[in-house]
Design a binder for this molecule. Structure first.
Ligand SMILES: [Zn+2]
Ligand SMILES: [Zn+2]
Length: 394
């Protein structure tokens, strides 16, 4: 497809980037053309992001207080819940329902995470699921390398526009489009509020030893920078580090460490296997704080229609775990044959018999690939109605 429009001059590109600080949808040369460009860091456009990191250095002048540090920690986890529970499990995958006003409140809350608008986030995330670890995946560590998948991809000019045609179920709400277009508004209000809170505390609770600038540096700059990198770990580390329970057609992995950092998103292989579930920790031992938080919101009636993991997927996971543990035992026995002939075997023949029986049973059910239904890049369920009738209370 040819484009007769002249190439964009560097000056024009910089001017466009400046306007985009305020209006993310400003794109005179056409968003489609911008998305078709090769990857290239847009230094003017990413200055607010650089500023976010540079703001952390403000601690040199403001110092620290226990109150400010704990505020930063609390805001990290509260807003990580917004990243995972709202940007991801609501807007990207629609794993639960809420009212239109509730949806607006969720988008505002998610805006405080400073990860651009929920629609931009959802568009890119759905794209990731459609092309996971393939050449088109914007942030695959296997295709683009670790640093690009962690941070580089969001600095690339081609990744700035939101393709509203790919998220029609969300783009039909003008209030969401507005928040997405002017995605600087909520973060600025949030930062100003933190400064104001610090100033009020300095005046009325001087014993806390904090002030406006200190709360701005710790509550906004430091906490938000950590929040960004914690989230970025899912794009980079969750496709490199951990265990693969399900043989998905990407390299997603499950990691308890990443699950702790991201309040449950570290069960990423589970999520790639079945994206429509509200929970990413499929079993009780896979700690998923985001899911627990969403259960709380459901208990008070703010959200509803949380989607479970299908029994067939749970059974498939259980079979895969069983097969993996038997395989591990077989490898251990091969590495240490003395154990299999040891006195232990004579002492506990029953245990050996059980182990043999278990291994035999596992051979019969060892899955070669994921069971039916076939692994699906199921971003297909996203066009469902926003407000289905509330299910009856059980
Ligand atoms: Zn992934
Ligand atoms: Zn996802």
């Amino acid at each position: 497809m040819s484009d007769s429009r002249p190439a964009v001059s560097p000056f024009r590109r910089a001017a466009t980037a400046l306007v985009q600080w305020i209006d993310s949808d400003y794109c005179p040369e056409g968003a489609e053309k911008m998305r078709a460009e090769p990857d290239r860091v847009d230094w003017v456009r990413v200055m607010p992001f650089v500023f976010l990191h540079a703001g952390c250095l403000g601690v040199i002048w403001t110092g620290a207080s226990a109150f400010a540090v704990w505020t930063a920690v609390a805001l990290y986890f509260i807003r990580m819940f917004a990243v995972t529970g709202i940007h991801h499990r609501y807007f990207s995958h629609k794993t639960y329902s809420t009212s239109r006003f509730g949806q607006f409140l969720l988008a505002v809350f998610a805006g405080t995470t400073v990860q651009r608008g929920s629609l931009w986030w959802a568009y890119h995330h759905r794209h990731h699921h459609l092309h996971s670890d393939g050449p088109e995946d914007a942030h695959s560590p296997h295709v683009h390398g670790f640093w690009w998948s962690h941070i580089g991809w969001i600095t690339s000019r081609r990744n700035f526009p939101t393709d509203y045609s790919k998220i029609k179920d969300l783009a039909k709400y003008p209030e969401l489009v507005w928040l997405n277009r002017f995605d600087l508004v909520v973060p600025v209000l949030f930062a100003v509020s933190l400064f104001g809170l610090g100033a009020v505390l300095e005046r009325f609770a001087p014993g806390l030893g904090t002030n406006g600038w200190q709360m701005l540096v710790w509550g906004f700059f430091i906490s938000t920078t950590f929040l960004f990198h914690g989230t970025g770990c899912i794009n980079s580390m969750a496709h490199l580090m951990g265990r693969r329970r399900f043989k998905t057609d990407d390299d997603s992995r499950n990691s308890a460490i990443l699950a702790f950092i991201t309040l449950g998103e570290g069960w990423h292989n589970n999520h790639h296997r079945y994206q429509s579930s509200t929970r990413n920790g499929f079993y009780w031992w896979e700690i998923d704080p985001t899911y627990y938080g969403l259960r709380l919101l459901a208990a008070v009636g703010f959200i509803w229609g949380l989607k479970p993991v299908p029994e067939s997927v749970l059974a498939e996971g259980a079979r895969a775990d069983h097969a993996a543990s038997v395989e591990a035992a077989r490898r251990a026995a091969a590495l240490h044959p003395e154990i299999s002939h040891s006195s232990l075997k004579r002492v506990v023949p029953a245990a050996a018999a059980i182990a043999v029986a278990t291994a035999s049973a596992a051979q019969a059910t060892l899955p070669k690939k994921a069971d039916d239904p076939a692994i699906h890049k199921d971003v297909t369920e996203l066009a469902h109605e926003l407000n289905p009738p509330k299910p009856p209370v059980i």
